[in-house]
Design a protein around this ligand. Structure first.
Ligand SMILES: Nc1ncnc2c1ncn2[C@@H]1O[C@H](COP(=O)(O)OP(=O)(O)OP(=O)(O)O)[C@@H](O)[C@H]1O
Length: 284
């Protein structure tokens, strides 16, 4: 049984030039190697979900892709050029976290920060900035609360604003670090569907780190699964199998598929939070 929901994009073909290319990448902190020999090509419009055990190096991978952390070995290019910090071609959605309820910032201020380079521009440029912010707010369905203080908004509303902030500059690549954390299931579905819609419309490549696997199942073209220094890259149906996860974790792991959802049983202790998440997803 395939877990891919319709409509599902075709898998990338070898003919499309990757926008992001990681070749033989390795990352180590001191003597501890998180991953090595990692090849990952991401093509425009592709949705790659990054899953795996706690501490397996998912966030560190995003830091590498953001140009904030150098590879220990290998090469990384964005549109054929070495990745550098502060690249405007990369949008970044941070983890959902609580915003100070007393902050004077409004929704549109958060989105405008995604165009920070234009902030001190001419009158004409300021007008175009305002128009782009309005358009981004509309695209994520946040116009209604754009002028409210962000601290008063729900977690899901705040996360929509973060997505708009990341997309307002029309990046070629969107990196998302646990964007579904502490959101309820409806908001998780809403945010994932929103990111999917945007990547289809704009052709943005998406690299989406998450522990919440079920919300991304309908959209992920490919999965990069990291565990214990090992990894697998492939479609949902090839990577999320009992055989593959047992190999990665080095212990028997069972992947149970039910009504288009996944439950993973038998994960080792360091990956338990993920198992609980899968349980919660299936049981609700
Ligand atoms: N600057 C650093 N120096 C040394 N070790 C680090 C540093 N940053 C992260 N680590 C370690 O590297 C490992 C991978 O961390 P990372 O945050 O990338 O994992 P993760 O897969 O995102 O984990 P989680 O799912 O728990 O968020 C962890 O064991 C972490 O403690």
């Amino acid at each position: 049984m395939s877990l891919a929901a319709e409509p599902h994009p075709s898998p990338p073909t070898g003919d499309i030039e990757p926008v992001l290319r990681l070749q033989d990448g390795a990352l180590a902190y001191g003597s501890r190697t998180l991953w090595s020999g990692l090849d990952l090509d991401v093509v425009p419009g592709e949705f790659v979900a990054v899953l795996g055990a706690n501490g397996s190096g998912k966030t560190s991978l995003l830091q590498v892709l953001l140009g904030m952390l150098p590879l220990t070995a290998g090469t990384l290019t964005l549109a054929g050029r070495p990745v550098r910090r502060g690249n405007e071609a990369i949008g970044y959605v941070q983890q959902q976290r609580r915003i100070d309820p007393l902050t004077p910032l409004r929704g549109r201020d958060i989105v405008r920060q995604g165009l920070v380079g234009h902030r001190w521009g001419t009158g004409l440029r300021r007008r175009s900035t305002a128009a782009r912010v309005d358009a981004a707010l509309a695209e994520v369905g946040a116009t209604e609360y754009a002028d409210m203080p962000v601290g008063l908004l729900s977690g899901g509303e705040q996360q929509r604003l973060r997505v708009a902030q990341a997309l307002v500059g029309d990046p070629a690549v969107l990196l998302c670090d646990e964007p579904l954390l502490s959101l309820d299931q409806n908001s998780q579905r809403g945010i994932t569907a929103l990111i999917d819609e945007q990547r289809r419309r704009r052709g943005t490549a998406v690299v989406f780190v998450t522990h919440e696997i079920n919300p991304v199942l309908p959209y992920a073209d490919r999965v990069l699964y990291l565990a214990g220094g090992r990894f697998r890259v492939g479609t949902v149906d090839t990577v999320l199998t009992s055989e593959t996860l047992s190999e990665l974790y080095g212990v028997p792991v069972e992947v149970i598929r039910t009504r288009g959802r996944i439950l993973v049983a038998g994960l080792p202790q360091d990956a338990q939070s993920q198992e609980h998440q899968h349980d919660a997803d299936v049981l609700q």
